[in-house]
Design a protein around this ligand. Sequence first.
Ligand SMILES: C[S@@+](CC[C@H](N)C(=O)[O-])C[C@H]1O[C@@H](n2cnc3c(N)ncnc32)[C@H](O)[C@@H]1O
Length: 297
Amino acid sequence: MPASPRPPGALHLDDVARLRCPESHGPLSFEGQAPGGWLREGRLVRADGGPPWPVRRGLPWLYRDAQVRGTDRLMRHIYDRLPRLHDPVVKYTLPVFQSGGTEAELRDGYMRRLELAALRPRPDGAHVRILEVSVGAGANIGLLYRDLPPGLQVELWGLDLSAGMIAVARRKLRRQPGHHVRLVAGDAHRLPFPDGCFDRAFHVGGIGGFHDPAAALAELGRVAVPGSPIVVVDERLDPSRSHRLGHRLAFRAITFYDDDPRAPTDELPAAALDVRDEQVSRFYYCLTWRMPAPSAG
Ligand SMILES: C[S@@+](CC[C@H](N)C(=O)[O-])C[C@H]1O[C@@H](n2cnc3c(N)ncnc32)[C@H](O)[C@@H]1O
């Protein structure tokens, strides 16, 4: 019998073992319809008997609406209304607003910090895992596939607060059948994954609008394999250059929700190692760091 086709962005029943309840941190199990093994409709049930998490039209919902506050709620509203515009707007307006510096140059500037070429098969035989927090419409997915060592077995995971953005990412995956990302609706402040689960974890473009960047950075550090590079990219006006009024106005317009757009170096976990703060274009910084191995005893 032919294998059932993989719906774009879907999770398989086997993937449920990789999820954790973002409230209790306990394991989850799936109840519901999973044609061909792909989660479709149902719920993720908590071992502690707490309220389950729904799976609707193949998308696991791993955050509670009532807990989305302040700027997060505003940003979700905006991204849910205009998801198809995001990627074209970035592509065509960024070089104009920055007076040069294309989207491709910006993205290449941070992709190298993920050190993807250094990834090797896991000694336990499990797939290498990569997580993008705030995956949006999936603009980084093709770059991950471009830069990964050929033949390496990799599991890509993408999480976002906006179902609208996830829907656009799914459409993109449908057009690229060789690419697969497991997509979940979740909140960067409470990631639904176990500690040390991902060989690479990164975030691009949203943290300036998070209500608690320190909590989101702590979560990235928690789910990353100790010693692996963790990359965060967002807006900051390059402090080493002079800017015309037009640059300042454009920058203000795209960061209207943030009083002080900057790299959150002072909000990194206290144990963060090898912190590198660099500017990757006129409007964007890239912050890279690693978490130490937990001390024995
Ligand atoms: C500027 S887009 C960037 C998308 C993608 N990373 C890229 O590089 O094109 C920012 C994304 O952050 C997401 N976001 C905002 N607040 C979030 C939160 N609290 N948790 C997870 N994602 C969030 C938005 O829904 C949006 O998709």
